[in-house]
Design a protein around this ligand. Structure first.
Ligand code: TRP
Length: 337
């Protein structure tokens, strides 16, 4: 049986937080346990260069993100886990795709359009100010990531759906021009049930708002951050609404149904915010302790992480190298004999 190929990339520009875990990491690790699926998960470190030009930050983030996924139990015998930058075929494929991709398609990409709109609003003379070719051709690199492995399904956030459609467009054009179904058209998978967590200030938890709770902060810092979560001014004893409360939202993303129901009851009974924060802290701390210890141990052993990712890259290249050969041949760049 041909397994369904599920592929997704994680841009390596930050430290994973609770929102990343609940919204992306946990569902991806769960999905990779399905025997009918071959998953490809990778550190999108070439994409990271578009957003950050601080080598230390990129290097640290690559290490932290790899350690996070491993500490949370990603089974790398099963999932193929690699660094984008280890697969030299990806930027090569990006070039082939660039040569079939209409420039006008890239003009319509959201991230690029947002930069142009910002420049226009600020009234400056150059609408492309600060736009690198990396940012502009970001969707072509992403298409290469996906098409390199002929992924069937690509789990992404809503903001990425357009990029998957662009990948389909490039795949279709390439297949048409070179007269063979080289590429499978990928489908975006946007989890309907995927949870979006709120951050310290009640807005969506996001690095760009600076309101995150990093997944593996030390215990003391975790307590400090939980205490910072914004609540309203209701006094202890007054009934509270769990559904509009960030504390409850985070709690229920980790708790089972019975535990969440019990917490609801305590809100109805008027639990004080101080107590609610203590309960959340204890709960998170309890659940994160073991992976946090693993994470710390992994970070102290970068050689192990390196070996795991190298192995992943080898497995990925078992697919990518022969396929890239075929593609080179198809466009007229094959060997002479
Ligand atoms: N652009 C994606 C993001 O910011 C990360 C990414 C890079 C990706 N390449 C990919 C996701 C390929 C899915 C498939 O979230």
């Amino acid at each position: 049986m041909n397994k369904t190929r599920v592929l997704t990339g994680i841009t390596t520009t930050g430290t994973p937080h609770l929102g990343n875990y609940v919204g992306a990491i946990r569902p991806a690790i769960e999905a990779s346990q399905d025997p009918s699926v071959q998953s490809f998960y990778f550190l999108a470190d070439l994409h990271a260069l578009i957003k950050a030009q601080d080598p230390k930050l990129i290097q640290q983030s690559r290490l932290e993100i790899a350690a996070t996924w491993l500490a949370l139990g990603l089974d790398t015998d099963n999932a193929i886990f690699y660094r984008q930058s280890d697969i030299h075929e990806i930027p090569e494929l990006q070039w082939l795709l660039s040569c079939v991709c209409a420039k006008g398609l890239m003009n319509r990409a959201h991230a690029y359009k947002a930069s142009v709109a910002e420049n226009e609003e600020s009234g400056g003379p150059d609408p492309d100010r600060g736009v690198t070719m990396g940012l502009y051709s970001y969707p072509v690199l992403m298409a290469a990531d996906i098409l390199m492995f002929n992924a069937n399904r690509v789990p992404v956030g809503r903001d990425q759906i357009q990029h998957i459609e662009m990948a389909r467009d490039m795949a279709g054009r390439f297949n048409h021009i070179y007269k063979k179904e080289f590429f499978t058209l990928p489908e975006a998978v946007v989890g309907e049930r995927v949870q979006v967590l709120n951050g310290l200030d009640g807005r969506k938890m996001s690095k760009s708002y600076g309101n995150t709770i990093p997944l593996f902060v030390a215990e003391k810092k975790l307590l400090k951050l939980v205490r910072k979560i914004k609540t309203n001014s209701l006094e202890p004893g007054e009934p509270k609404d769990p559904d509009s409360c960030t504390l409850f939202q985070i709690f229920s993303a980790f708790a089972n149904e019975a535990e969440a129901a019990e917490m609801r009851q305590r809100y109805a009974e008027g639990i004080g915010w101080g107590d609610a924060k203590n309960v959340l802290f204890e709960y998170l701390n309890e659940h994160l302790r073991e992976p946090r210890e693993k994470y710390t141990a992994l970070l102290e052993d970068p050689g192990h992480i390196e070996a795991v990712l190298k192995k992943g890259a080898e497995r990925a290249r078992e697919v990518a190298t022969p396929f890239m050969d075929e593609l080179r041949h198809a466009v007229g760049l094959g060997r002479f004999i």
